[in-house]
Design a protein around this ligand. Structure first.
Ligand SMILES: [Zn+2]
Length: 395
């Protein structure tokens, strides 16, 4: 019998048995990009991880509805478009198509539905109105703010006390009632004359964009919410506050799964530090499989460094050369993937799972019986293919 899948849940702070709401369906939402520039490898790590996870859930027999939003309305996009003397909408459409292309090149193929948030402005306005009617939001100087003092569970996901929270004020403004209140609607028009609302012309805040996409599609509860660790506060905290205040149903999300940073020689890869490597640049020197292999060779919750990429490339080459040499004859499913599955069932321990595939290929190389050797080699090939890494391609 197959062991049970456990996932580390940021909300509870421990590994939990994975029980989806409506098996075999699994509903999974992952925060998509703000399409202001080409995708960099820090984002790629996150998307590759959730893609591998969705592939593994599929392998376990689940039917994964994988939803990703695309933030195509944001002041950073408007600013980037202005720098290029481009129309913000045309610019964000172009960046969206480049983002989708980069995902395809990384073999991130499991997302079942992409939703550009600009198509959901009406839903955002309706949700903000509902929050106003229920007393969770208030209007101030053209803005609409969420009143965090009205939401008892504010700070629960990030495990912060009210004292911790008071040290991390959001969006400084004298019009706000509490330091941690966040904007739902802002009076600035990101695209001139574009969005009207009962609260005046303007544009939606970032956090309401996610609930505007998930509530109509998944309803008031879904299984997995993914994204990078840095999004926990305030972004994911705000999503919980908005959705649970609107629907009265909790929890919004059954499993909060977060991924660690990708560093570049010890520093966070970020636009502001100027040490960004885009996916487009990286794919000129490395294959998608090599990038995937490197990302998955470290536990998803840990920080990792790009500097190990060369070593990952060599390790993958060794596994590939063994696989091509030894996976003879017909594809064979005879050898159990039990230890590989056990590793992934333990909060998706992909380094341990890859280690098993590598050892299985090494054992295949030592095996004298060709049939047995081929069977072992095929097990390694099958295991890696579940993670979206192909061992049988020509180098
Ligand atoms: Zn998000």
């Amino acid at each position: 019998m197959r062991s049970q899948l456990f996932l580390f849940d940021t909300m509870s702070g421990r590994k939990e048995i994975f029980r989806p709401l409506r098996p075999p369906e699994v509903t999974m939402f992952v925060c998509g990009p703000t399409v202001q520039s080409r995708m960099h490898l820090g984002h790629a790590r996150t998307y590759v991880f959730y893609d591998a996870m969705a592939r593994y859930l599929g392998h376990l027999g689940y039917d994964v509805s994988f939803l990703m939003n695309i933030t195509d309305v944001d002041e950073t996009i408007t600013r980037a478009a202005r720098r290029e003397s481009a129309d913000p909408l045309a610019f964000s459409r172009l960046m969206t198509s480049l983002f989708l292309e980069d995902l395809r090149r990384l073999k991130v193929t499991t997302v079942t539905r992409f939703e550009p948030v600009s198509r959901h402005i009406g839903e955002m306005v309706a949700q903000i109105q509902s929050l106003l009617e229920k007393g969770y939001a208030y209007r101030a100087g053209g803005w609409v703010y969420f009143d965090t003092s009205k939401f008892r569970r504010w700070g629960r996901l990030s495990h912060q006390s009210s004292r911790d929270l008071s040290l991390r004020p959001l969006e400084l403004s004298p019009a706000k009632r509490n330091l941690t209140d966040f904007g739902l609607w802002r009076p600035e028009e990101l695209v001139k004359g574009r969005w009207r609302s009962p609260f005046g012309p303007g544009s939606p805040g970032w956090h309401i964009q996610d609930t505007a996409v998930t509530l109509p599609i998944f309803g008031p509860q879904y299984d997995i919410h993914g994204g990078a660790y840095e999004l926990i506060y305030p972004h994911h905290e705000a999503e919980i506050a908005q959705a649970e205040s609107i629907t009265g149903v909790r929890p919004l999300v059954r499993y909060w799964v977060h991924t660690g940073l990708l560093n570049m020689e010890g520093h966070k890869m970020s636009k502001s530090l100027g040490n960004v490597v885009t996916v487009d640049e990286a794919l000129k020197a490395y294959s998608a499989d090599e990038l995937r292999f490197h990302f998955l060779s470290v536990r998803h919750r840990k920080e990792m460094d790009l500097s190990g990429l060369g070593a990952a490339q060599r390790r993958l080459r060794e596994m590939r050369s063994a696989a091509r040499r030894l996976a003879r004859s017909e594809r064979s499913d005879g050898h159990s993937l039990g230890p590989f599955e056990s590793a992934l069932n333990d909060d998706f321990d992909s380094p341990r799972a890859i280690g098993w595939a590598a050892r299985t290929l090494a054992a295949a190389a030592k095996e004298d019986d060709p049939a047995r050797s081929s069977k072992l080699a095929w097990a390694g090939v099958r295991a890696m293919s579940i993670l979206g890494v192909d061992l049988l391609v020509e180098p």
